[in-house]
Design a protein around this ligand. Structure first.
Ligand SMILES: [Zn+2]
Ligand SMILES: [Zn+2]
Length: 459
């Protein structure tokens, strides 16, 4: 009988309503544990015709008073989140080992299973969380909340908290999870790396040791970087500032060579902002700001607020690439031979042994990649433009040059003369099976076409 169990629990000493109700937490959905405890205390008093004696949490031997501090903890959390944008939260609690031991002893003394019902940790997370949600009009999210508040119950004295109705902010640690902005970038000039590239001589410090002590690094001119700028350095500061975050990380959907341009619709990327105080910046204004500051070297478009899954999406989603290459031949080529070689390559699966120029620490292996489409124009007997659409991971420079026979077949091999890419542009990056931009990866509404785009459509 539940009344008998309750009577046994009450006989262990003074216990508060929450601690009395918690062993029965799996009964009667819709009640709080305090309501369950109060009802059982009333029932036992009536059944035994004893005087009704409520017990305040401050006098409870099990929780030491913590069950009366839900409101005070919730208010401290809300104060700590002042000025932080969030739509979802989660509360976690560290319960003192002594209290966990009391919970076990309570049940054992009453002849119950040691873990029957609910733990105080779970009740604390739910009761405090509910109050935080109500005060801030936000929702709990157990999977990926915008903010996480971890409460260390040992960080405050529960009796003092009951007295003053407040909890020291030291007992609450608020974590703000990263926020993500998706977009595509174009690189309109060559010799711009995608991500910042520290100087290989000075390791990014910008200084070297001279006869008279430290002096600017000869190799990088003191900048600390191999190149003056990067796509990351153009994009990151504006996004981090717009979201009032601490720092940012650039994630690209693959990368083109430093000397290749990225044209047309650009390449997908995600900028991850750590500890953002703002989660819904005006992405159109942000886009204009980045493009104005970049002065034509780099452009971004289609910025949208993304979910954290978008990071893995841009990194892992299989994408095919479109290229345009200027090619120089050592020997003059006949138009017919050129066309025949391209026809031979179209639709072909190419064997490529890891190119010489690729990081020599990477283990060499032969991989197969397909050339979906290829065509071109022979402008001069020794100069051509080649356009192609290939499977992700195809080494284009090597498809043209043969890389000393490491790529087979190749344009140079088929034409039996040396061939070299003198300029390369990536003209498209698109998902193999489906686009990168599925709505489930976005947190905002699709953007309306801009005035420029509408004007283009009208033409
Ligand atoms: Zn209690
Ligand atoms: Zn340097």
């Amino acid at each position: 009988m539940i009344t008998d169990d309750a009577r046994e629990l009450l006989s262990t000493g003074s216990i508060c309503d929450s601690c009395l109700g918690r062993p029965f937490a799996d009964r009667s959905f819709g009640l709080t544990n305090a309501e369950r405890g109060r009802a059982l205390r009333t029932t036992v008093a009536l059944a035994d015709d004893e005087d009704f004696e409520p017990t305040e949490p401050a006098d409870c031997w099990v929780c030491d008073g913590y069950c009366g501090t839900f409101d005070a903890i919730a208010e401290t959390i809300v104060d700590a989140l002042e000025g932080v944008d969030f739509a979802t939260y989660q509360v976690g609690t560290r319960v003192p080992p002594l209290v966990e031991e009391n919970e076990r002893l309570l049940r054992e003394d009453a002849g119950l299973e040691p873990d029957v019902g609910e733990s105080m940790k779970r009740e604390m997370n739910r009761e405090v969380g509910r109050r935080v949600g109500a005060m801030t009009e936000t929702d709990v999210d157990f999977d990926r909340p915008d903010v996480l508040a971890v409460v260390d119950l040992e960080g405050f004295d529960p009796l003092e908290a009951l007295e003053s109705d407040t909890v020291t902010s030291h007992a609450v640690d608020v974590q703000i999870n990263p926020a993500f902005v998706y977009g595509r970038y174009r690189k309109l000039e060559r010799d711009i790396p995608q991500t910042e590239w520290p100087c290989r001589e000075c390791g990014g410090s910008g200084v070297q040791l001279g006869d008279d002590g430290e002096e600017p690094c000869d190799y990088c001119g003191g900048s600390g970087y191999m190149y003056d700028t990067s796509v990351e350095q153009v994009v990151r500061p504006h996004v981090v500032a717009a979201m009032d975050g601490d720092e940012g990380t650039f994630h690209g959907a693959g990368r083109e060579d430093v000397d290749a341009r990225m044209l047309e619709d650009g390449r997908p990327f995600v900028l991850e902002v750590k500890r953002p105080r703002v989660r819904d910046p005006d992405v159109e204004a942000l886009e204009r700001e980045i493009n104005d500051a970049a002065e034509g070297a780099v452009e971004v478009e289609g910025l949208r607020l993304a979910t954290y899954e978008m990071v893995e999406r841009v990194k892992e989603h299989d994408a095919s690439k479109h290229y345009r290459a200027d090619v120089a031949f050592e020997e003059p080529i006949e138009e017919a031979a050129f066309d025949a070689a391209l026809a031979e390559l179209e639709g072909t699966t190419v064997d490529q042994y890891t190119p010489e120029r690729v990081d020599h620490r990477r283990a060499g292996l032969t991989r197969q990649r397909t050339v979906y489409e290829i065509d071109g124009d022979l402008h001069e007997p020794t100069e051509a433009e080649v356009r192609l659409h290939g499977e992700g991971g195809l080494y284009v420079k090597e498809l043209i040059s043969s890389d000393n026979g490491r790529t087979e077949p190749s344009l140079a091999g088929l034409l039996e003369t040396d061939a070299e890419v003198t300029a390369l542009d990536v003209t498209g990056v698109e998902g193999e099976d489906e686009p990168f931009e599925l709505e489930e990866y976005f947190r905002d509404e699709p953007r309306a076409a801009s005035d420029d785009e509408l004007a283009e459509t009208a033409d």
